[in-house]
Design a protein around this ligand. Structure first.
Ligand SMILES: [Zn+2]
Length: 65
């Protein structure tokens, strides 16, 4: 079962919860019982655009005119 990191928006408590994905909506802050939780994605890397493009038929301007 995966665990999720949450941060409470009310008291700032940070904690992790192990629950099913569909149960995340029922998670409450263990400290203040707040429902306003922000999920923290740690170790999440965005794929940057670009890389591995082109090549092949670049026009070469070796001048014979
Ligand atoms: Zn809280």
């Amino acid at each position: 079962m995966p665990s999720y990191d949450f941060q409470c928006r009310e008291c700032g408590e940070r904690f992790d919860v192990r629950c099913a994905w569909q149960d995340k909506a029922q998670v409450r802050c263990p400290k203040c019982g707040g429902e306003e939780l922000q999920e923290i994605f740690s170790g999440f890397t965005f794929l940057t655009a670009g890389g591995g493009g082109g090549g092949g038929c670049a026009p070469s301007s070796s001048g014979f005119s």
